[in-house]
Each structure stands twice: as C-alpha cells, then as structure tokens.
Design a protein around this ligand. Sequence first.
Ligand code: SF4
Length: 326
Amino acid sequence: MARIFSGIQPSGELHIGNYLGAVKNWVALQHTAESIFCIVDYHAIIGAYEPDQLRARRREMALGLLAAGIDPDVASLFVQSDVPEHTELAWIFNTVTPLGELERQTQFKDKSQRMESVNAGLLNYPILQAADIMLYRADQVPVGEDQIQHLELARVIARRWNAQFAGEQEFFPEPKPLLTPTRRIMGLDGQSKMSKSMGNTIGMMESRDEIWAKLRPAVTDPKRIKKTDPGTPEVCNIYHLHRAFSPPPTVEHVAVQCSTAGWGCIDCKKVLLESMETELVPIRTRAEELRAQPDRLDAALASGAEKCRGIARETMRGVRDRMGFG
Ligand code: SF4
C-alpha cells in the first residue's frame, strides 16, 4: 500500500479554503493509502507569534481535522513538534541542498519581498518540508498546484542524499505529487487565495447566520450590475463554491440561471448557503462533540505521534548509519 504524507499549518480554525483545497481530499485518501497527516507547528514560527496562541491554534486545527472526517483509527494525525526527528533530518538535508535552489523558490521570493527582515527559516522552509515527507519515506504527497515547486525540490534533495549516502540502493523514495482535485479556492473578495491572513475566509465552525453575513456581500461576476444583466458563471467565485458544495444538477441550474439572468446573485447565494449547510452541519456537530470530550482529541494525537515516532526513529537509524553517526 502506498504511503502518503501531508501537512497543514496550525492556523487555528479550519476554513473552507483549507477544507476544499486539502482536507476533504485527505478524508477520501485515508481509505486508499497509508495516510500520515501532520500539523506542522515548526513551520508556523517563521513570523512573529504568541506561544499561547500557537498552542490554542494547534488544538483547534486538530479538532477541525477530526471533525472534518480524519479518522484516527485509519490515518495517523499528529503534531510535528511531538516528533523531534523532523528537525534533525532537516539539518541533515541543509547540508545537501543547493542554496541557489532555495533562492529560486517562488514562495520565498514573494514572501521575502514583503518582509522588512528575512530570517533563514523562510529560506530553509522547503528543507523542513522535505524532511517532513522523507522521514516517513512517503511515496505520494497530496498537494495543491502552489506546492509543486517545493515538492520538486524535495525530490532533488532525496536524489542528492541518495547519491551521496545510499550507495546502489534508493533509501529515500522520490515522492510523487498527488494533485488535489479541487482548484484553489479564492477568498470572498474574489481577489486572492482564501487565507486567514487576508481576512477573506469562511470558517468551518461558523454558524449559518455568520456564513450568510459573509456570503451576502461576497464578490460575484463584476459585470452583473443589475439583476437583468446575464452573468458568466466561470468568472464568479460563488459559482466555483457551488461546484465544490452543490450536487451536479444544482450546479447546472446555477449556470443556466446566471447566464440567462434568470435570478439574482442573492438567490444564487441562498442556494449555495443551503448546499454548504448540508455538508458543514455534521462537521460542526462532530466538532461540538469533540469539544465536550477533550480526552478523545488528546488520545488521537498521542496515538498518531506514537506511531509516527516509531517510523521516524527507524528512518533516522538508517540515515545515521549511512552517514557515519553512531
Ligand atoms: S448568479 Fe451566481 S454565479 Fe452568477 S454572478 Fe451571481 S452569484 Fe455568480
């Protein structure tokens, strides 16, 4: 059985961008491959942060993942900092990673341009990502398109380490991307990717009224100024959310109603709200149950960490041995 690894930052409450862009896919994949899902808290400390907030966000993310359908009896869910081998392997990979490859990473170039002072962690971030994957010698990594470049670098790192230390055999498999089927989800402003830092998200745990308060003013096709103006569904973020949440006959109906000016955008958004509620209410219910039983959350994370520590130690034994340590 193939082994997959994927990580998510502990940004607190899961939002529908995380859910549609990654987590919903994880929930399906956990039944098809040995699945390891990691809350990558070491990745979350590159910018300024509050330690107490990090603790709370890590927990909230774990709760969201379990409520969304990650089953700890099927997949391993754990927190990165509970398995210290991640940082040990990252250091080792530092020594085989070409600096030029790191400087070429689009995400580094974008983010560093917006920062007053750039720390080495931002540059080396993809090395830690490579270590996350290789520690479990994962064959496949579910990713969005924006992560493909980092995964390609992970493959380069695996190749270089193997060439230097693994002799004839391949110790680290070169992980293959498993592209997430959902296109990246735009924020409610219709301008940029849905992300907490942009303030354009809908949280998975928000109530029906809170969701409607955000959906109602959300950006649609800018050319639909009056209700009588026909629209172009493909340019509208609400239509793409329908494609993610509504059944196919509803999506078809939306496209027809939009392009023939058969209804207004508010009508369209009301239908979307119902589709979202159908999917989100059971998730919110499970989240409430988990909140009432914090021991279940602790037990899930502890058992995930225990299992992953076992795999990580085994990998590091092989790494140390081949590199002349111990
Ligand atoms: S009718 Fe729906 S799909 Fe068309 S522009 Fe309005 S919100 Fe978007």
